[in-house]
Design a protein around this ligand. Structure first.
Ligand SMILES: Nc1ncnc2c1ncn2[C@@H]1O[C@H](COP(=O)(O)OP(=O)(O)OP(=O)(O)O)[C@@H](O)[C@H]1O
Ligand SMILES: [Mg+2]
Length: 336
C-alpha cells in the first residue's frame, strides 16, 4: 500500500540555523501519528512546513508527497507554489493551529464565522447549502446545532475546540494535523476531544497527525509515535513498542518523568539540563550533554535506524536490552 504522506529530509532554517533538521516519516491512510517532544523542539514548525505556512523569516526544503484517495497523480507539496498550496489546504490537509480555539472572533456568532470559512475554502457557496453544511459539521463533532447561534464566549473551551475541528473538516480532507488540541482543556474536556478525534478517524477514515508534549494523550489516541529532540526525530515506532520498550535515552527519560497514578508519592525525576540552542547544536548526538548514558562514541552523529520491528532510534547503543540505572551510569561516565 502506498502511503498517504511521505516526508523526506524536511528542513527548516532561520538565518541559517536549523530549527527542523532532516525529518523523515510516512503516514498511511487513516493512520494516527503522534508527534511529541519538549517545548521548542520543532513540532509546530514541522506542522507549518507541511502546510507551507511558515512565516517569511523561515526557509524550508525537503520533499513532501501527498497521495489523496482518488487522485491520479501524487501531489508534490515541496514543489507547489502558493497558488497550488491553496488547492491543497483544507481540501486535502487541514491544520488546527496551536491555541486556535482562542482565535475565534469574539463579536461574531459562530455560524457567521463558520459560513465565511466554508464559502472561502469549499465549493459550497449558497446560503442554504452552507447552513446545511454547518449543521452537518456540528452533528459530526457532537455539538448541538443551536450552539451555532452563540458567540464564542458562550461556549466552553472544549466546545470551541470542537468548532475548530468542525472547521478543519469543512472540505472533507484526508489528513488533519492538530497542534496541541487538548492542552488548554481540563481532563474531562480533553478526553471528550480525544474521543471525538478517534471517532472521526473511524467514521471518516481520516488520517491524523496529533502534536502534543503530553505522551499520555498520544498514547491513548495514536497508532505510531515520533519523538522529536532539537529539530530531529530521535525515535519512532508503534505506540505500544515505544512506550513499553523505548530505544532512545531521551524517550526513556521522558517516559520516566511521567507521574504514575497510584504509584509512590513524590515528583517524578525531571530530565536534567535544557534542549540546545538551535543556532549552536552540540557536536555529535544532540542529546549527548543531557544523556546519562553518553560515551565517547556519541561525539559522532547517530543516524535514525531500525532497531526493532518497525521501531527506529537514533542512538549508537540501541537496541537497549536493559537500561542501567541512569544515576550510576552518569557517575561512571564522569569518572571515565
Ligand atoms: N518565526 C520564527 N523565527 C525564529 N525562530 C522561530 C520562529 N518560529 C519558531 N522558531 C524557533 O523554532 C524552534 C521550534 O519552535 P516550535 O514552535 O516549532 O516548537 P514546538 O515544539 O512547537 O514547541 P511548543 O511545545 O512550545 O509548542 C524554537 O526554538 C523557536 O524559538
Ligand atoms: Mg508548538
Amino acid at each position: 500500500m502506498t502511503s498517504l504522506l511521505e516526508v523526506s529530509d524536511l528542513r527548516v532554517t532561520h538565518r541559517g540555523s536549523p530549527i527542523v533538521d532532516g525529518v523523515d516519516f510516512k503516514l498511511d491512510r487513516g493512520e494516527a501519528l503522534g508527534l511529541a517532544g519538549e517545548s521548542g523542539c520543532g513540532k509546530t514548525t514541522t506542522a507549518l512546513a507541511l502546510m507551507k505556512l511558515l512565516p517569511p523569516a523561515l526557509t524550508q526544503s525537503g520533499s513532501m508527497t501527498l497521495r489523496p484517495e482518488g487522485a491520479e497523480e501524487p501531489i508534490n507539496l515541496g514543489r507547489r507554489t502558493e497558488a497550488g498550496m491553496q488547492l491543497v489546504r483544507w481540501r486535502h490537509i487541514s491544520l488546527v493551529f496551536q491555541g486556535a480555539m482562542n482565535s475565534l472572533d469574539p463579536v461574531q456568532r459562530i455560524d457567521a464565522q463558520m459560513a465565511e470559512a466554508i464559502r472561502l475554502h469549499s465549493d459550497q457557496k449558497g446560503g442554504k447549502e452552507v447552513g446545511r453544511k454547518i449543521s452537518d459539521l456540528f452533528k459530526t463533532v457532537g455539538l448541538p446545532v443551536s450552539a451555532a447561534r452563540r458567540y464564542p464566549h458562550e461556549l466552553s473551551g472544549g466546545q470551541r475546540q470542537r468548532v475548530m475541528i468542525a472547521l478543519a473538516l469543512c472540505c472533507d480532507p484526508s489528513l488533519v494535523i492538530a497542534d496541541e488540541p487538548t492542552t488548554a482543556l481540563d481532563v474531562v474536556m480533553q478526553a471528550q476531544v480525544l474521543q471525538l478525534l478517534e471517532r472521526l478517524r473511524e467514521s471518516l477514515g481520516l488520517a491524523l497527525i496529533l502534536i502534543s508534549h503530553d505522551l499520555g494523550v498520544l498514547g491513548e489516541t495514536c497508532d505510531r509515535i515520533a519523538i522529536m529532540y532539537a529539530g530531529r526525530i530521535v525515535e519512532t515506532g508503534p505506540v505500544r513498542s515505544v512506550f513499553d520498550d523505548p530505544q532512545h535515552p531521551y524517550t526513556k527519560l521522558l517516559l520516566d518523568s511521567l507521574p504514575v497514578i497510584g504509584g509512590e508519592r513524590g515528583l517524578a525525576p525531571p530530565i536534567p539540563g535544557a534542549p540546545p540552542d538551535p543556532g549552536s547544536p552540540p557536536e555529535g548526538c544532540r542529546f549527548r550533554p543531557r544523556c546519562p548514558y553518553a560515551k565517547d562514541e556519541c561525539l559522532a552523529d547517530p543516524p535514525l535506524r531500525e532497531v526493532a520491528k518497525g521501531q527506529s532510534a537514533a542512538c549508537h547503543f540501541a537496541p537497549w536490552k536493559k537500561w542501567p540505572d541512569p544515576r550510576a551510569a552518569a557517575a561512571a561516565g564522569k569518572k571515565a
